[in-house]
Design a protein around this ligand. Sequence first.
Ligand SMILES: Cc1cc2nc3c(=O)[nH]c(=O)nc-3n(C[C@H](O)[C@H](O)[C@H](O)COP(=O)(O)O)c2cc1C
Length: 177
Amino acid sequence: MLQQFNLLAISGSLRSGSSNHNILKYLGSIIPANINYTIYNGLAQIPAFDPGLDTEDAPASVTELRHLLANADGIVICTPEYAFGVPGSLKNMLDWLVSSSSLVDKPVALITASLGGEHAHASLLLTLGALSVKVVDGATLVISFIRSKMGADGSIADKQTQNSVDAAFKAFLMAIE
Ligand SMILES: Cc1cc2nc3c(=O)[nH]c(=O)nc-3n(C[C@H](O)[C@H](O)[C@H](O)COP(=O)(O)O)c2cc1C
């Protein structure tokens, strides 16, 4: 029997109809059968980071997130850029993970799908470095002009973009399996 793996996918956009969420849905549609794939839906419930609350008794949403991460063999982050930076909700979530070491040595794939995206992508790589994650070689991708590359049905309409996403995801899966 094939070994089972758990992947947790996190979108940096809370927007209904988000391109980043749709990319994560696409990845879920091409995932091998031996991988349990969960798209995290708790980002909006994570409170603003407060080091004073960052204890054994952390807020329930943070404890749940840490639990999901502890059980994950790999993490996929797919995010837009806001105001030349990382969306606040995503950065806030990552701040809660500094002390818990939940992401230390976890394989991570990073896709930044945005109008531009380079600033957020570079910034996130720095933050992920601070969290000592294992950003997988070949599993990082910036997709600029994302809205023009998505179909109205939420599919990745641009073939070249889909190929790039496929290649990055393949590199990622090879690293965790
Ligand atoms: C408040 C706001 C600020 C934005 N700032 C940037 C930016 O600095 N750079 C960029 O590439 N896109 C920026 N965008 C455009 C988003 O990248 C674009 O809306 C993208 O589709 C959002 O991702 P989503 O479709 O997953 O929600 C901004 C959008 C909003 C709403």
